[in-house]
Ligand binder design. Structure first.
Ligand SMILES: *Cc1c(COP(=O)(O)O)cnc(C)c1O
Length: 387
């Protein structure tokens, strides 16, 4: 049985007619840059994300970049980010000649552990970029408390967490100063290429983000600030407008798939009970634990990725590949061990939790169209490998 990591064709099949019409609509209008489709998705995402302002941009990476530009990150400013994330989170800080300052993760949620924040703060610290990894919210109270105490800005990297709620029900991206989202095809809400979004509840920041998106010019050709071309294409917006009404049902399917994995892992004797961790030499599977599940939220975790941890990760991946089961590692090398950041002077061993996650975590297929049989087969294959 083939179990691909992701099957975007399966999703397209279910909405083909609407998507094709929307694409033809853009072709016929020839309004290809910004325009009514972009205005529409911005409006719809404001209400979906409970944010006052949202601005469509060219990618999730550019969302992070433009957010840091909007809060005036300058050369030599320090920005605290998790060492365990997708490269863009760190890359954008360096591209502004600011200094990324790394922090370790919490072993259960994989998200940055606010316990370590205070001791990293210096006179140069300007911002914290928490990443809501895999679809689950960071401990935002812990982060916002420190940000408030030291007057720091908070830019949320919510690229993997569209619609995720924090424990109090607030949607992520809406808790700090600016939220950054990605519409890369593998994200829960994906377009047909690159796309992204920034959200804010601050009118001044929203205006600045809008101006930065078009080279910093307002009115056109008159520049008080330097921006870039960070625009979202109409064709991507048209696709997103078709997909957004389906997002909640797709997310629900991902959550049901995650519950099924848990059930099968328990039945296979590889995990003890929902959310419980069982990880030692003999029983080598650690399941993703929805940290805020006890609050009974509808979206405690949107499962952009379903990541388990196993001690013989690389051998297991090879075995799964032989059985035509797709997996991926998010992410094999934490930032402090990347060659390009060696100039920062970090050492291997400095962030043990992140290094441990990088060594033993593996993402299993979780996309909405996955069947029960595929999930059951995946767990059975893992069980056979382990025992
Ligand atoms: C996908 C992703 C990004 C970047 O988004 P792109 O649209 O691919 O540029 C940034 N941060 C995280 C955590 C991501 O997963």
């Amino acid at each position: 049985m083939k179990v691909p990591l992701l099957d975007l064709k399966a999703q397209y099949k279910t909405i083909k007619k609407e998507i094709d019409e929307a694409l033809i609509g853009v072709a016929e209008s020839q309004s290809c840059i910004l325009g009514p489709d972009v205005a529409n998705i911005e409006k719809n995402l404001c209400s979906y994300l409970d944010s006052k302002y949202s601005i469509g941009v060219s990618s999730g990476t550019d969302a992070l970049l433009i957010a840091l530009m909007a809060i005036d990150i300058k050369p030599d400013d320090e920005v605290i980010i998790p060492t365990y994330s997708f490269f863009a989170t760190a890359g954008v800080v360096s591209r502004l000649n600011a200094k990324p300052v790394f922090i370790d993760s919490d072993p259960v949620s994989f998200n940055l552990d606010p316990a370590g924040l205070k001791r990293l703060i210096t006179k140069k610290t300007k911002a914290i970029v928490p990443v809501h990894l895999y679809g689950q919210s960071c401990d935002m109270d812990g982060i916002m408390d420190v940000a408030k105490e030291f007057g720091l800005k908070v830019i949320e990297d919510a690229a993997q967490s569209i619609g995720t709620q924090y424990k109090d029900g607030r949607k992520v991206g809406n808790i700090g100063d600016i939220g950054c989202f990605s519409f890369y095809p593998s994200k829960n809400l994906g377009c047909f290429g690159d796309g992204g979004l920034v959200t804010t509840n601050n009118e001044e920041l929203a205006e600045k983000l809008r101006i930065l998106r078009v080279h910093g010019g307002k009115p056109k050709y008159y520049h008080k600030i330097i921006g870039g071309n960070f625009r979202l294409d109409a064709i991507q917006a048209a696709v997103l407008n078709v997909k957004l009404p389906h997002l909640d049902s797709w997310t629900k399917k991902r959550q049901q798939n995650a519950d099924l994995y848990t059930k099968y892992f328990i039945e296979a004797g590889l995990a003890e009970e929902t959310g419980r961790i069982k990880y030692d030499e003999k029983n080598e599977v650690l399941l993703p634990k929805p940290v805020y599940r006890e609050y009974n939220l509808k979206y405690y975790h949107i499962y952009n990725q379903y990541v388990i941890r196993v001690s013989k990760r690389d051998e297991l991946r090879k075995n799964l590949a032989e059985n035509e089961i797709g997996t991926e590692i998010y992410y094999p090398v934490p930032f402090h061990m990347q060659e390009c950041f060696s100039y920062l002077g970090y050492k291997t061993g400095q962030f043990p939790v992140s290094e441990w996650c990088a060594k033993d975590s593996v993402a299993l297929p979780i996309y909405p169209e996955l069947t029960n049989e595929q999930i059951e087969f995946t767990v059975r294959t893992i069980k056979n490998f382990i025992s």
